[in-house]
Design a protein around this ligand. Structure first.
Ligand SMILES: [Zn+2]
Ligand SMILES: [Zn+2]
Length: 819
């Protein structure tokens, strides 16, 4: 064993050794229960940044720990290789994306390996590989057959600087999610996935997964289900013409004193008096312009409107009410018309005050308190001045009024969603070609003819970058005549290929399932592999994908289940969203701020194990972490101390057997095993590292039996292994062992030595004894249940089963009732 702790000589050696023994191959333990640990697919930007490093450190600790607990672990890796950055760089520098991408991948991969991440590289895939994206095309065709993808002419969000369409999820406050440019509206034909058909299933599934509450809430809001009433407001003097509105507050209908409709609502120009038409047109034009400037996602700050000169009838009061055209009603959302109840809605109230429209309260607070003055009363309450419904509570009146509307044939219960279909056509080159051709003979309307499965993949053509990737004009592929001109699969005559490519979020929607079977050329992945490995047990990535990737991949899973590809319909059981890594100045790292620290710098200076400990120790996984040079050095010193501790005691413990009669250090050692195990189960990596530091200090101060010391040092190294694997392997050798520490089981705490801190508990499955686990004395019922279910033996019995009920008898047993 070397005298000095020298990570540079240790780390590459162990990385090469692990690779040569293929230690991290999934499927190594066929009989054992499985654990699928996954980091979000990175875009291969050439260099791994701190955010990436943080994700991989988290998944790596979990993967290494799970292997030691006896699980068969899948910890795969791949590349989200299509996309705009490579194409934009090509436009700027003239380097073909197909040339740049592999270089970037090689460099990024080197970084991942040098961080000591225990990846099964046999799973490696790249989404720009035709062997991968042919299955995107295959999915597209299967979804086309089922009506889940369709061609529409739609107003789309268009980013003028990326020169492409964006999905709603990709517009943030009116700006492009990627480049920040102001998004404009364009109407063009595009392909769209019918994700809205899954709105309720996407909502329901959220109840069955262990995801951060914040992400669940964001998805719920984004899907935005609201239950209400669709009801017609007849137009005065125009028989059979009516404005249809959707409301979730039918109980307030007696207070509807005006209507607000979208400027381009088709009935406006049809019904408005001639004298008003010019003014209405001008207003509509002004709103269009404003929408272009701020983007549709952003609500215009100032509510504006124009009296359209149309009069409607409130179907419940029978009173005539004015119809206003307003800039806050969007034609694309709901029915494009709303009933305005200024007494009970803030926005309607503001508008009514501005234009001097009547405000008629019809709901009073249920507890007889005074309703607020000078603003709307928006809560539920009790109805007043509402005819036969007066005195009824809001909740009940909503239903009663809806029923009455239905009885009179003017309305029906309706559900509205905020979620829109997912537009996937992109006017870019570096993506999956959409497997469609257009034949003027067989397809005069341009609906699109599917490319036969036998002709997949439709490969991207090689191109002259300078000619094709100009960033201007028609989609790049349309300029490649030899590619775009093809034969019609029906008549064999001349036809044109679809020149647009798929949104790259399609690539990331199912890559996690391809990892199970990345070389399969007959199907996306085999059912047997899906049944073995899915769902993902722990998924780690950034919360910024909450309504993008994290929604799309749930949708895709439901489709895959319908196609019979897998049994599951939720892809990831547990999601961990890691916080951001801030730069030295406490700001989010960014190139423009010049505060970026690269993991490569730390690895070069202090070694990967220091980088890993720093990243895991600086903050709990979900919290933001600050960069600190001092803490990096502190972790490096800790590893140096452990090294010297062992090095300096080798003679003392030479030939001594670990263990012996109970003493303080032995108790301390076994309590540390217990504690670190609990902390790992709870993903409390930072406190787990603190526990290791404490054990190291206790061993440093020890002057008793050498057997106790040997045991403490061996356990310290074993517990250190998931966090600082290279150093731990080297120290393990130093302690005289020959087997790889990475292969070694996690140590067990001796119950006799932790009596005050823990107890053994029996675990049953359907009343039969299936295992025994050690539980910390402080654990509550939920933690006892979790500990028991994660025990590998028990996990084997629970795998593939639905847990109906869990009975916890503290200090005695846990029984899982399964079906
Ligand atoms: Zn953009
Ligand atoms: Zn044809």
């Amino acid at each position: 064993m070397q005298d000095r702790y020298d990570p540079k000589s240790i780390e590459p050696r162990w990385q090469a050794h692990w690779a040569s023994k293929d230690l991290f191959r999934a499927g190594n333990r066929p009989g054992a229960p499985k654990k699928y640990v996954l980091a979000m697919l990175p875009y291969p930007s050439g260099e791994m940044h701190m955010g990436h490093a943080r994700v991989y450190c988290i998944t790596d600790v979990l993967a290494r720990y799970a292997r030691k607990r006896g699980f068969d672990v899948l910890h795969p890796f791949g590349w989200d290789a299509f996309g705009l950055p490579a194409e934009n760089a090509a436009i700027k520098e003239g380097v073909h994306p197909a040339e740049r991408t592999p270089r970037n991948i090689a460099s990024f991969k080197k970084d991942v390996i040098s961080l000591g991440i225990s990846v099964d590289w046999s799973t490696e895939l790249s989404t720009s590989d035709p062997a991968y994206y042919r299955w995107n095309q295959w999915f597209f065709l299967r979804m086309l057959e089922r009506g889940l993808v369709y061609r529409r002419r739609a107003k789309v969000n268009f980013c003028p600087s990326c020169n492409t369409v964006l999905a709603n999820e990709q517009v943030e406050e009116g700006r492009c999610w990627r480049c920040g440019s102001v998004v404009v509206e364009r109407e063009i034909p595009e392909w769209a996935f019918r994700i809205t058909a899954y709105a309720d299933r996407l909502l329901e599934g959220l109840n069955r997964i262990d995801w951060p509450e914040r992400v669940v809430a964001m998805q719920r809001n984004w899907i935005g289900r609201s239950d209400g009433l669709e009801i017609d407001f007849a137009v005065k003097g125009a028989r059979r013409k009516a404005f249809r509105v959707f409301t979730t507050r039918a109980d307030t209908i007696y207070g509807a004193t005006y209507m607000a409709v979208a400027p381009d609502h088709p009935l406006v120009m049809e019904l408005a008096p001639e004298s008003r038409k010019a003014g209405l047109q001008a207003f509509a034009e002004k709103v269009r312009r404003a929408t272009k400037e701020v983007g549709e996602g952003a609500q215009a700050a100032e509510k504006e409107g124009v009296d359209a000169g149309i009069r409607a009838k409130n179907p419940f009061t029978g009173k005539e009410i004015p119809v206003w055209v307003a800039n806050f009603v969007l034609a694309g959302y709901g029915t494009g018309a709303v009933m305005s109840v200024p007494a009970h809605d803030e926005r309607d109230y503001e508008f009514a005050r501005k234009y001097d429209l009547p405000i008629v309260p019809v709901i009073r607070p249920g507890d007889d308190s005074e309703p607020p003055k000078d603003k709307a009363y928006t809560d539920y309450g009790v109805l007043m001045d509402s005819g036969e419904f007066s005195g009824m509570p809001s909740e009940q009146a909503r239903l009663a009024i809806a029923a009455e509307a239905q009885r009179r044939g003017i309305g029906k219960p309706a559900v509205n969603y905020h979620l829109r279909d997912w537009g996937v056509s992109r006017q870019r080159y570096w993506g999956t070609p959409i497997p469609i051709v257009y034949c003027p003979k067989d397809d005069p309307e341009g609906k699109g003819i599917p490319v036969p499965d036998s002709d997949l993949p439709v490969k991207l053509p090689d191109i002259d970058v300078k000619e094709v990737l100009t960033g201007m004009g028609e989609p790049p592929l349309a300029k490649v005549a030899s590619w775009v001109n093809t034969e019609c699969p029906i008549c064999g005559g001349p036809a044109r290929r679809e020149a647009e490519t798929m949104d790259t979020f399609v690539d990331s929607a199912w890559y996690w399932a391809r990892y199970l079977d990345p070389h399969n050329d007959r199907e996306p992945f085999s059912r047997a592999q899906a049944d073995r490995w899915l769902p993902i047990d722990v998924y780690v990535g950034g919360p910024e994908h909450a309504v993008l990737h994290l929604l799309y991949f749930r949708f895709w899973t439901k489709v895959m289940q319908e196609l019979g590809l897998c049994a599951i319909d939720e892809p990831a059981q547990k999601l961990v969203t890691q916080g951001i890594v801030k730069g030295r100045d406490g700001e989010k790292m960014s190139k423009s701020k010049g505060n970026v620290v690269s993991p490569r710098e730390i690895i070069d200076e202090f070694g990967a194990d220091t980088a890993r400990l720093f990243i895991l120790f600086a903050a709990p996984a979900e919290k933001d972490m600050d960069w600190s040079d001092e803490q990096v050095q502190g972790q490096h010193r800790f590893l140096g101390r452990v090294w010297r501790l062992i090095q300096g005691n080798l003679q003392t413990i030479e030939g001594v057997k670990a263990g012996g009669p109970p003493d303080d250090l032995r108790r301390r050692t076994h309590k540390t095993i217990l504690r670190v195990t609990q902390q790992l189960e709870r993903l409390q990596f930072n406190t787990a590292i603190s526990s290791l530091m404490e054990l190291s200090n206790a061993a440093t101060d020890w002057s008793g039996a050498p057997g106790s010391l040997r045991e403490a040092l061996e356990v310290l190294v074993q517990l250190l292994a998931p966090f600082a694997p290279h150093t731990a392997e080297e120290l393990w050798r130093g302690l005289g062992h020959t087997e790889e520490l990475s292969r070694l089981q996690w140590p067990d705490a001796d119950p006799a030595l932790v009596v005050d801190d823990a107890y053994q508990i029996a675990v049953q499955v359907n009343g039969k004894l299936r295992g025994e686990v050690q539980v910390a004395a402080s654990a509550n019922d939920a933690e006892i249940r979790d500990m028991a279910s994660r025990d590998p033996k028990v996990a084997g019995w629970l795998q593939g089963k639905t847990v109906k009920k869990v009975v916890v008898v503290p200090k005695r047993l846990v029984n899982f009732v399964v079906a």
